[in-house]
Unconditional design. Structure first.
Length: 254
């Protein structure tokens, strides 16, 4: 039985749009002085232990991608607001600035919205600058070949997929065994990894923890699993707060 993916026109700049929404809220809520004082805080990173464990795991996937012939993947899960996507920003900022590919093409980030391979494929192609507005079941094969060639040509080494739990079927729609046997999206990601050697970071909610027990082929490519949690009121939180406040000298938090 064929599984036909829904492939309506998809917004492929979700990160940019979310940033714009945040800016609109800020501009309509705060004074210009408050905005000027707060802007530098967006770039503040505090390298607490769990955060750096995730960064180092991503770095290993990046370094091995395309070199070992064995696709590598990492899963980073945890509650919203714990800094999962900040791991990508921190890691990308650490790449050499004199390497054009390192800052523009070898690391790309997309956001998963469904189990649709068409959506994932369209997002990747748009990130690489290909003017493809719509991928459907009928042109999935040719567009997959284009994506493979794009990753190879652009020397892609890390594909960061936010909201990755959307790649899998909800429990109510799984097989009688209750195991997730994969979707067209996860099958596509496996094919891209096998054909190009690109590393993959799956980032999302606690539901990603179920991946290790699934029957999805993608699970076999995940070699590292990191979790970011909300802080407890302990010494780690105190150290984090002090380091954060030290980098925010222009703002009075008292």
């Amino acid at each position: 039985m064929k599984m036909v993916d829904s492939a309506a026109d998809i917004d492929l700049n979700e990160y940019e749009l979310e940033d714009r929404r945040i800016l609109v809220r800020r501009y309509t809520t705060y004074s210009s002085g408050a905005l000027r004082a707060a802007l530098p805080i967006d770039d503040v990173f505090v390298a607490h232990p769990a955060f750096m464990n995730a960064v180092n795991a991503v770095s290993r996937v990046y370094e091995l991608a395309g070199k070992t012939g064995m696709p590598q993947g990492i899963c980073i899960e945890g509650p919203s607001g714990t800094g999962k996507n900040s791991v990508l920003k921190y890691f990308a900022a650490s790449l050499p600035l004199d390497d054009l590919y390192a800052t523009r093409h070898d690391v790309i980030g997309i956001r998963a919205k469904s189990v649709s391979a068409a959506h994932i494929l369209s997002s990747i192609l748009r990130k690489y600058g290909y003017p493809i507005r719509r991928t459907t079941y009928e042109n999935l094969g040719p567009h997959t070949n284009v994506a493979i060639e794009a990753i190879r040509h652009k020397k892609g080494r890390l594909l960061w997929i936010d909201a990755a739990s959307n790649l899998f079927w909800p429990t109510s729609r799984r097989t009688p065994s209750g195991k997730d046997e994969g979707t067209s999206a996860t099958d596509l990601i496996c094919e891209l990894m096998e054909e190009t050697g690109i590393g993959v970071a799956l980032v999302g909610s606690e539901r990603l923890a179920e991946l290790e027990e699934s029957k999805s082929a993608l699970a076999s490519f995940i070699t590292a699993h990191e979790r970011l949690d909300n802080f407890e009121l302990d010494a780690t939180f105190v150290a984090f707060s002090k380091a954060f406040l030290k980098q925010c000298a222009g703002v009075d938090f008292t």
